[in-house]
Write a protein that binds this ligand. Sequence first.
Ligand code: GLU
Length: 462
Amino acid sequence: MIRTRFAPSPTGFLHIGGARTALFAWAYARHHAGRFILRIEDTDLVRSTPEAVQAILDGMHWLGLTHDEGPFYQTQRMSRYREVIEEMLLAGSAYPCYMTPAELDHLREEQRAAGLKPRYDGRWRPEPGKTLPTPPAGMRPVIRFRNPTDGVVAWDDLVKGRIEIANEELDDLVIARADGTPTYNFCVVVDDRDMGITHVIRGDDHVNNTPRQINILQALGAQLPLYAHLSMILGDDGQKLSKRHGAVSVMQYDDEGYLPEAVLNYLARLGWSHGDDEIFSMPQFCEWFDLDHITPSAAQFNTEKLNWLNAYYLKRTETARLADLVRPRLQARGVTVAAAPSLAAIIDLYKERAANLNELADLAEVFYIELHPKAELLAKHLTPETLPALEDFIDHLPEVAWEASAIGALIKASVARHGLKMPKLAMPLRVMLTGLEQTPSVDAVVALFPRETVLKRLAVAR
Ligand code: GLU
């Protein structure tokens, strides 16, 4: 049974990089009919906030990355960490170290001065035949992991290939502070073991932690998970992601009018590929997803492609769902969505033209507000040449059958009677009815409105 996890630290929102990690861990579990576990790594009490936890949960929910177990909070597992530390002390794989911070600083300075890499010198590490110093009275020790001193720690990373680190490069890691609180790498190890994680899929900013975590897992006699370290995501400009592009909350994509399926499809292709396929649903992605087609090089964010995907999905989304997504956006702007014209009818006509939900809301808004077309647009299109045709059209409006084809026929007849071409009437109608020079087919736009609203909006011509 495959078991993966997403283990965010709640110190900020769920950003694009975190969301991609979550997506891959989720999809891997789904592909193998396994379990996806959500774990909140909130032991950093200073930097973790409940708002950030909520932001992560909201982001996961918006994307539809549902977990099967959890969320587990590390702050609620403290007694378990202490229990494992006790076991390790008994087994001799961990030991108390009474070195003071001042002594440690002093040691580091000496090592630096001698041109050596600063590291713990093992003075409290028990060895056969070694006499340890006497613990200073009243002092609480930190607990250190007894790291192997020789050999290498190695793993076959499922993305990066084989990675080997010599044990002599690794210090005896502090796993519990003097106040008894466990440290980051230790909690990860206990959790990955207790939660039966088979595949650790995470960002490659954690590669340096992996050898330490493997050594502790081995000391606990735990079965090792497999590791897949995902390369970072660069911004549009090839630089590290910044707030301007992608380091923002995934919820900001919601605010900006993206559909979650477009964001997911986009994220899926950030560092993973399935031939030349660019567009696929999440069920399709879960069926295809594997760890063999993840590129070890950094992926580059491309806003244009995301926008293109969003427009693609928008066109294909059912009108009723789009109406449900656009309505609250209009309400948030203080626009009352009247019964007529129906929002669904507007969206049906306009969804081909919008790249995102906010643009769709912009286009729909003009149907519900008290419209004041720009004076220069009115002046441009309401000319002595076009006015007579417009008047003619208005005169016949009360009796025309209220449907696009009949309205279209009336427009044609009105321009013909005045020796004009279609656009001479279509343009002033567009401007007076929507404030815009570009709309879908003008007869369809007219037909969207109730007849009285059209008469009212065209009254400015008289
Ligand atoms: N809590 C870590 C982070 O947010 C992830 C740890 C892990 O996946 O092992 O970066």
